[in-house]
Design a protein around this ligand. Sequence first.
Ligand SMILES: Cc1cc2nc3c(=O)[nH]c(=O)nc-3n(C[C@H](O)[C@H](O)[C@H](O)COP(=O)(O)OP(=O)(O)OC[C@H]3O[C@@H](n4cnc5c(N)ncnc54)[C@H](O)[C@@H]3O)c2cc1C
Length: 416
Amino acid sequence: MTMLDAVVVGKGPAALACAAALGERGLAAALLGPAGAVHWPATYGVWADELANAGCPPLLEDSWATAVVHAGREHRLRRTYGRVDNARMAAWLGDRCAFGGVREIEGQAAGIERGASSTTVLLHGGGRVEARVVVDATGHRPALLPRPEHPAPAFQTALGWTVEADEHPFAANEAVLMDWRDGHLAPAERGGVPTFLYAYPLRDGRLFVEETALAARPALPLDRLEDRLRRRMQAMGVRVRRVAAREEVWIPMGGALPRRDARVVGFGAAGGFVHAATGYSLVRSLAAAPALAYAVSAALGARNATPERAVAAAWDAIWPAGRRRRTALSRFGMEQLLAMDGDAAREFFDAFFALPDADWRGYLGDRMTAREVSGVMARLFTRAPRSTRRRLARGALGPDGRHLAASLLRATAGRE
Ligand SMILES: Cc1cc2nc3c(=O)[nH]c(=O)nc-3n(C[C@H](O)[C@H](O)[C@H](O)COP(=O)(O)OP(=O)(O)OC[C@H]3O[C@@H](n4cnc5c(N)ncnc54)[C@H](O)[C@@H]3O)c2cc1C
């Protein structure tokens, strides 16, 4: 076999997006993942405009013109939210891989071996795959890429049901992005980690309902979330006939970025793409793949090409200083949420979604600059009620603020 330019490890959306972009750049690329057809069991929610901005066709199986937030007041966000059609997105990316000549290799990566001009992925059971660059896109527990332990991640956990219901209060054209109401909980629970309902009616008449702990450290256990979901459904008058499917969500958020001097590039959830305000990473993976492919192609074409230089070039393409600064800001925002109970979270999100549309859209998305994110934070601070302002000020003056300042300086100096 001729030497591969790149091997992408994984078979999730990030791996396919990355391999497709590498193939389209004319590189000899391969996808290394488990045997069998591509299968993505998670329900992926996206803003329709962000999917389009990432260069993806509208591959949605359902969409809702309005997203609703209950946080003290009700906020009706006029922005189309959709649920990705996983099979069609996988087919679209798979076709692009095939068109770009991406080879498919079955196997489970167990480790790497470093050579002077290439890196070899060692497989469980004895196989080897050698390439000039290795991309680890193996998800939240990366198979090959060591992630620094500090700062420690927080965890988003959620428990979702697809249900058949005889009665429910959800409107056909609306998705409930966040319902922070907690009148059905005991007082002691209301003082603990707050959770919200994420829910929408499906085209086939069923409902998708999910109880989510946005970020917690340690993670809120799934059985606690399921118990809260059951009680919330009762309190809302949802008469569940049958739970047809169950989804468990566990997403580390806001941890350290992968190191620039590693032998492997991290991409997707493995590469620290998870947004610290939402837990999302799908759109970022789609949007970042062409930049990574361009950088790898240029680095491998250089006369002094080495695996290290190619990895560093890819890292610089997906983690420019501005993006590292804004990631540090989002991480600071997440740390502030960790200290909030239900009342505080409602007050915070009520102020957040009362900001101008461009502010909350930009903060939850991936395209704002660090300066713009700082502007959103400043506006939120000035407009929020006094108790939220006091809480945020305490955060900024405490260890979180010092950590943020250090991260911003490191990102600016290129030492993150
Ligand atoms: C249930 C759930 C719901 C989510 N909902 C959303 C959402 O609504 N919107 C959003 O943007 N994000 C969401 N996320 C977060 C994130 O976008 C997803 O986790 C997404 O699947 C990450 O994509 P990925 O390709 O990076 O990793 P994954 O989808 O986790 O894919 C990793 C791939 O690597 C393969 N792999 C693992 N180990 C090895 C190995 N050793 N060798 C070879 N292959 C290996 C796996 O088989 C898998 O194919 C959700 C996450 C979960 C868990």
